[in-house]
Ligand binder design. Structure first.
Ligand code: UD1
Length: 416
């Protein structure tokens, strides 16, 4: 397993081009199954999770290639309706395939999905919504068997704005006759990307980005070319990196509106954040003022996927700072690692209270999940001395090349 070796204490200066969004491209890959024709996806991040998703599509009978940020998928025939357990266990996004495979094959068999180990991550909301559309669901020996012979458009109200459940319904409803509506839908920007992709294929989806989405089913969808949006979580990670280390970063290829909840926190600290079009510019002194309380919420609230990274900032912010995790129950595995580096933090249930220290110190620390691993890289950049972050494969699930991005702006980091 790879590790990162980081010599901390260097300010970050320069420009980073932000990769395409993982959480956009994964459901878009699932949506590619909805048409027999070829789809081309550009700005596709080169990630292990994305390659895994391509492998699942191939196992279902599609062709899928990814090279230099361009993915080409053609699902002329979907030969199988079973998503292999060994592949599904690797990524939680395999669950989106339920909607697409049902739409194409009328039935689906999927193993309980995997993904980062950050809590229970049940799929009851997905299954309830599919059942409301008339899908018969049977859960058996770790598998979910679905039959969509009597599927029909309907009005669905989600109990919680689950990102994945919203996307799954959009996928199945796109090829289901009649109009399906989703109330209390998730409003994440990645859902708008999925809407645009489905519509580029000839679909009729509206309302993504609001809590009410309307999907008019069409008979068939056609091939399309689509550019994935920039990854707001990767951009947010680097903004926090600049706030921690000081310096001046220009991030290109990301929509600044997607990061307003983070920018609000950074601007109240010692950073100046200026945005224009798809560019965000941050100037930071490296001295971190007290942070406003951070409370993770569904979009447009503060993203759970940036919670671990902002914990590093909270650990060196003046005075005490509060970070509350509302989305996933066990997403604080990075705290003991931060404590090894000198952070002072107490955790009770889902609330972490930091007592800011002046400096972090290099140590050997572990990644336990994707964003927690990225947070430890940030801690290493800020720390005095040398840090080793174990298990870099977690980070590689979501960051195309964190070493390339950070060395390009002056950090001393390498993979060993
Ligand atoms: C997506 C993102 C993930 C992000 C999360 C929340 C992708 C590939 N992943 O995950 O990076 O952290 O949104 O912004 O897009 N829940 C249930 N039952 C369900 C579904 C969800 O209880 O059927 C719970 C989950 O356990 C979790 C919360 O709802 O506590 C949010 O889950 P959801 O919005 O569905 O997230 P994902 O789509 O899994």
């Amino acid at each position: 397993m790879g590790r990162y070796l980081i010599k901390g204490g260097k300010p970050l200066y320069g420009e980073i081009h932000i990769q395409g969004a993982k959480n956009s491209v994964l459901p878009i890959f699932a949506a590619a199954l909805l048409t027999e024709e070829k789809v081309t996806i550009t700005n596709c991040p080169m990630l292990t999770d994305v390659e895994n998703m391509a492998e699942i599509l191939r196992s279902l009978g599609a062709t899928a290639t990814i090279s230099d940020g361009v993915a080409e998928i053609k699902a002329e025939q979907v030969a199988s309706y079973e998503i292999p357990a060994c592949l599904a266990k690797e990524i939680r996004s395999s669950i989106f395939l339920l909607g697409s495979v049902l739409a194409r094959k009328g039935k689906a068999k999927v193993a309980y999905p995997g993904g980062c180990n950050i809590g229970l991550r049940p799929i009851d909301i997905h299954l309830k919504a599919l059942k409301e559309m008339g899908v018969k669901v049977e859960e058996k020996e770790g598998y979910i068997l679905c039959d969509a012979q009597e599927v029909e458009a309907t009005a669905i109200t989600l109990d919680y704005p689950s990102v994945g459940a919203t996307e799954n319904v959009m996928l199945l409803a796109s090829l289901t006759e009649g109009t399906t509506t989703i109330a209390n839908a998730a409003q994440e920007p990645e859902i708008e990307d999925l809407e645009q992709f489905i519509n580029a294929m000839g679909g009729k989806v509206s309302g993504a980005g609001t809590p009410f989405i309307k999907i008019k089913g069409v008979k068939s969808l056609v091939g399309a070319e689509f550019r994935t949006m920039g990854d707001r979580i990767v951009a947010g990670t680097y903004l926090i990196g600049a706030a921690l280390c000081g310096g001046e970063l220009t991030l290109k290829g990301v929509n600044p509106e997607h990061l307003l909840s983070l920018n609000g926190k950074l601007s109240k600290g010692s950073c100046k954040v200026v945005s224009k079009n798809d560019i965000i510019h941050i100037t930071a002194s490296g001295k971190v003022e007290a942070l406003d309380d951070v409370v993770t919420q569904p979009y447009p609230g503060f993203p759970t996927d940036l919670q671990a990274q902002i914990c590093v900032l909270a650990s060196v912010a003046k005075g005490s700072s509060l970070v509350v995790e509302n989305i996933f129950e066990t997403r604080f595995k990075h705290l003991p690692e931060l404590i090894k580096m000198g952070a002072r933090v107490k955790l009770k249930d889902r609330v972490a209270v930091f007592n800011g220290v002046d400096d972090l110190y290099g140590a050997e620390v572990n990644s336990y999940d994707l964003r927690g691993g990225a947070a430890m890289v940030l801690a290493g950049l800020r720390a005095k001395g040398t840090t080793i972050v174990n298990d870099s494969h977690y980070v590689e699930r979501g960051y195309e090349d964190i070493v390339r991005d950070l060395t390009g702006v002056g950090a001393d980091i390498k993979k060993i």
